[in-house]
Design a protein around this ligand. Structure first.
Ligand code: ADP
Ligand code: MG
Length: 341
């Protein structure tokens, strides 16, 4: 069976990461494709398509085929996945088995779409793993113990909050408030407070450069250029990190509320474990400055951001591939929802 390459995939709203057994992370690209409108021809995928976002002439459209953590454009997702798989492992004589993570709250129909897309993209079998379980494994937590751990995974489309013990999800919440919402909040803020219209890419750049959710010692600022709502001409304004705290208030409060609700539903023994183990944050959205300190200050529970938080989920799916090898009957004993097609 040495010919077969097994692949772990984090099919994220914002980015796709691919882990190949024995090689580690081999691909990390944005979940974006560029398509020719008249023919439907796929022009560019991933990084190459990303630079075209918001800058396309009428004949070319850029699509992010996953929204809110689930497949919103099935055809395009499948073609994107096929392209990424080919880039990662080439064309395989023996089709690879793949394991893909999905948000913990998705429906059977949405799960089916992921499985079908994987099969269509060239997999022999598709296994699913719940995102927070994969995130916890990828963050280096031993989840097989009867010990509670709280994981907050903030991606592009969804924030997944889960208490994990004995390799399963005990309590969880998945909300459609994550990195994308922060970008939208920045756009709204700039329009409201500066009369400036900015695009999604500029908003994301602002978030990464000066975004913060907890008071920092040093205020940061940057020059942001967009189109003035009053003159209709290009205009540049200086924006500060303190302003970003204002801008992000709504999505931040929604995430905090979901964390609070998960904690309230956590059985007391596990709550005690979490209080001593702390909270671990994963996903690119957790990189907004001060998120760990904010969670600590609101919950009283020490919170850390995992190493390489964007890669945690893919690494976790990859590590769980080892259990696929061990298994006899095609069921993955990692979480109650794992199934395969
Ligand atoms: P997904 O798994 O849903 O694809 P990711 O884990 O890749 O999501 O995270 C994507 C989100 O993380 C995006 O909203 C992106 O803007 C945000 N992000 C990535 N890097 C940073 C950073 N350094 N600071 C703030 N946000 C970031
Ligand atoms: Mg991801």
């Amino acid at each position: 069976m040495g010919l077969r390459k097994d692949i772990g995939i984090d099919l994220g709203t914002a980015s796709v990461e691919i882990y190949v057994k024995g090689r580690g992370i081999v691909l990390q690209e944005p979940s974006v494709v560029a398509i020719q409108r008249s023919t439907g021809k796929l022009l560019k995928v991933g990084t190459d398509a990303q630079t075209m976002l918001g800058r396309t002439p009428g004949e070319i459209i850029t699509i992010r085929p996953l929204r809110d953590g689930v497949i919103s454009d099935y055809d395009v997702t499948e073609r994107m996945l096929r392209d990424f798989m080919r880039k990662s492992v080439g064309v395989q004589i023996v089709k690879p088995r793949i394991i893909v993570c999905v948000p913990s709250g998705i429906t059977e129909v949405e799960e089916r779409a992921v499985i079908d897309a994987g099969i269509q993209a060239g997999a022999s079998k598709v296994y699913l793993i719940e995102e927070p379980v994969a995130a916890a494994i990828g963050a280096g937590i031993d989840i097989s113990q009867p010990d509670g751990n709280l994981v907050i995974d903030i991606g592009g489309g969804t924030a997944d909050i889960a208490v994990i013990s004995l390799s399963g999800v005990v309590v969880s919440a998945s909300i459609k408030v994550a990195g994308d919402r922060f970008d939208e909040a920045a756009i709204k803020y700039m329009r409201r407070e500066h009369g400036l219209l900015i695009g999604e890419q500029t908003a994301e750049e602002m978030k990464i450069a000066i975004g913060c959710v907890f008071p920092t010692e040093e205020e940061m600022s940057m020059k942001v250029t967009g189109r003035s709502l009053t003159t209709g001409l290009p205009q540049s304004d200086v924006v500060t990190s303190t302003e970003m705290m204002d801008a992000f208030e709504e999505p931040v409060e929604q995430i905090l509320e979901a964390v609070q609700q998960v904690l309230e539903r956590t059985p007391p023994e596990l709550a005690a474990d979490i209080a001593s183990n702390g909270i671990i944050m994963t996903g690119g959205g957790s990189l907004v400055r001060g998120f760990d300190r904010l969670i600590t200050s609101r919950t009283g529970i020490p919170t850390v951001i995992a190493d390489e938080p964007i890669l945690c989920v893919a690494k976790g799916t990859g590590k769980s591939l080892d259990s696929v090898h061990d298994m006899q009957d095609g069921t993955l004993n990692l979480s109650r929802r794992n199934r395969f097609g």
